[in-house]
Design a protein. Structure first.
Length: 487
């Protein structure tokens, strides 16, 4: 990494240290804040509940793979307050290691001059796409990048069939772990499996042998998901697992087309400098044969990741996080191998580094600080009686220590239009049951939000007006969250 004299001490560091430092710099303002994103604190809360004997799907409902909750169980074992710091430290380490893998992939493509900067670009663009914390792809990008490193084109292509088969098994095992962190990784896993079979065919292996290897590779990739199903089936919750993990995904209502188009446009706008770098890298002169094969492989992988992004719709910012790994790897070609593009690319990285910090600080101001969240927790208190979070931070259940009155802890599952008919319960019927039978002592509610089911909110507001009184209003970023207590 060539540097200004002021940065020469950093340039003298080994690559892993440079990328670790970059990960810390890009995330320094985030550590300890439980309001980075509602998703990741919910994962921590579900993991905490599981450790306390409340199983996912049957006890607390969500549709994420069990592997994600097992991953979050590591920080949750230290308590949710310390767990916030620990999961964010784990995410920073995962991001730095993924950046290191990206640099190594760029090395193998002959783009060593831009390899370290490609890893830095990954860390920078994470902050633009909700990857500043512990979103699922921040964790699963690492095993997927490791799988790619194991089987990407290189000198190993000419090794013995048994060695290639073993490397394929290891790679597909890593892909299987990635799938159990988030199911969208299946597209990249399928790409790797097809690539492995095509390579065997190209090297002259017999079709029967290729088919047998393909079955073995697929079985290894599916094994983690099969183990998860068996674990819940043995506990008598196999049906709950199948519905939450698969059926409910297909039952969700699509967002309005104009909203989906807008979300995709935002992703493309954020990624446009990297896409431009990839285009310039594609137009580079052909290198040596092994390097050229590696470059074609990286672009094919990029296509598979793009398919995974496009397949599920909605296109929230963090859905594009898996795309960053192959995109940054091929961007290294522009950074290190394109004479006219290098200066422009480094300028774009510097600009997006500064802008990314502004984006993160803006999100913290919008969503709330750790101090504001702590004040809300104190306002709820740890007294007797159960809690119902109609809308607001779901982790209030864990941090208040109060019991829950429904298995739908994530507020959107009962309050958002796109979840109507997709969670295994009628939203209105469950809401009426909560207030008529469970009778929570404390109810938490924020103002209306985009995508909220207005008739459901009307039910909640009527119930709160009838039986509850405001006990405090707490600022949380640009929102006000109201705590109600039963009269």
């Amino acid at each position: 990494m060539h540097a200004h004299p002021v940065l020469r001490p950093v340039a003298a560091m080994p690559r892993w240290a440079q990328l670790a430092l970059a990960a810390l710099v890009t995330r320094a303002v985030t550590f300890g804040n439980p309001m980075l994103h509602v998703d990741e604190t919910f994962y921590l809360e579900v993991a905490d509940a599981w450790l306390r004997g409340i199983a996912p799907y049957s006890g607390v409902w969500d549709r994420k793979p069990a592997g994600l909750f097992l991953l979050y169980a590591i920080p949750a074992a230290f308590g949710v307050a310390a767990g916030v710091w620990l999961y964010q430290a784990m995410a920073a380490a995962s991001a730095a290691l993924t950046a290191l893998a990206i640099a190594r992939l760029a090395d193998r493509a002959g783009w060593t001059r831009g390899a370290t900067w490609a890893g830095v670009a990954y860390l920078v663009w994470l902050t633009w796409l909700e990857g500043q914390g512990g979103q699922a792809p921040v964790f699963y990008n690492l095993p997927m990048a490791g799988a790619v490193l194991l089987v990407a084109p290189g000198p190993g292509d000419s090794t013995s069939p048994s060695r290639r088969f073993a490397h394929g098994l290891a790679a597909m095992a890593l892909a299987g772990l990635a799938i159990q962190i988030k199911y969208t990784a299946v597209f990249e896993g399928m790409f790797l499996g097809l690539w492995l079979m095509w390579r065997e065919w190209r090297l002259g292996q017999r079709p029967a042998g290729i088919a047998a290897k393909g079955v073995a590779w697929a079985a290894v990739a599916l094994a983690p998901t099969g183990i998860a199903w068996a674990m819940f089936a043995a506990a008598g919750h196999g049906g709950d697992w199948v519905f939450a993990n698969f059926t409910s995904i297909l039952a969700r209502q699509p967002d309005p087309a104009i909203e989906q188009a807008g979300n995709l446009a935002v992703i493309l706008l954020i990624a446009s400098p990297l896409i431009a770098m990839a285009v310039l890298a594609w137009r580079l002169p052909a290198g040596a044969a092994p390097e050229q094969a590696m470059r074609r492989f990286l672009f094919c992988w990029l296509g598979a990741a793009a398919l995974g992004l496009l397949a599920f719709g909605s296109w929230f910012d963090h859905y594009a996080l898996p795309l960053l790994v192959p995109l940054c790897a091929v961007a290294a070609g522009c950074i290190g191998g394109h004479r006219d593009g290098r200066r422009w690319a480094l300028g774009a990285i510097a600009l997006f580094l500064i802008g990314g910090q502004a984006v993160v600080l803006g999100k913290i101001a919008n969503r709330g600080t750790a101090a504001q969240y702590a004040a809300l927790v104190r306002g709820i208190g740890r007294g007797p009686g159960c809690l119902y979070v109609y809308s607001g931070p779901s982790m209030l259940y864990a941090q208040s220590g109060r019991c829950a009155v429904t298995r739908y802890w994530f507020p959107s599952h009962l309050g958002r239009v796109r979840e109507a008919g997709a969670t295994g319960v009628d939203q209105a019927a469950e809401l009426r049951r909560i207030f008529a039978r469970a009778r929570p002592e404390v109810v938490v509610m924020r103002g209306p939000y985009r995508g909220e089911n207005a008739p459901i909110r009307a039910i909640a507001e009527a119930e709160v007006a009838r039986a509850y009184a405001p006990a405090g209003r707490y600022p949380l970023g640009d929102l006000t969250v109201t705590v109600y207590r039963r009269k």
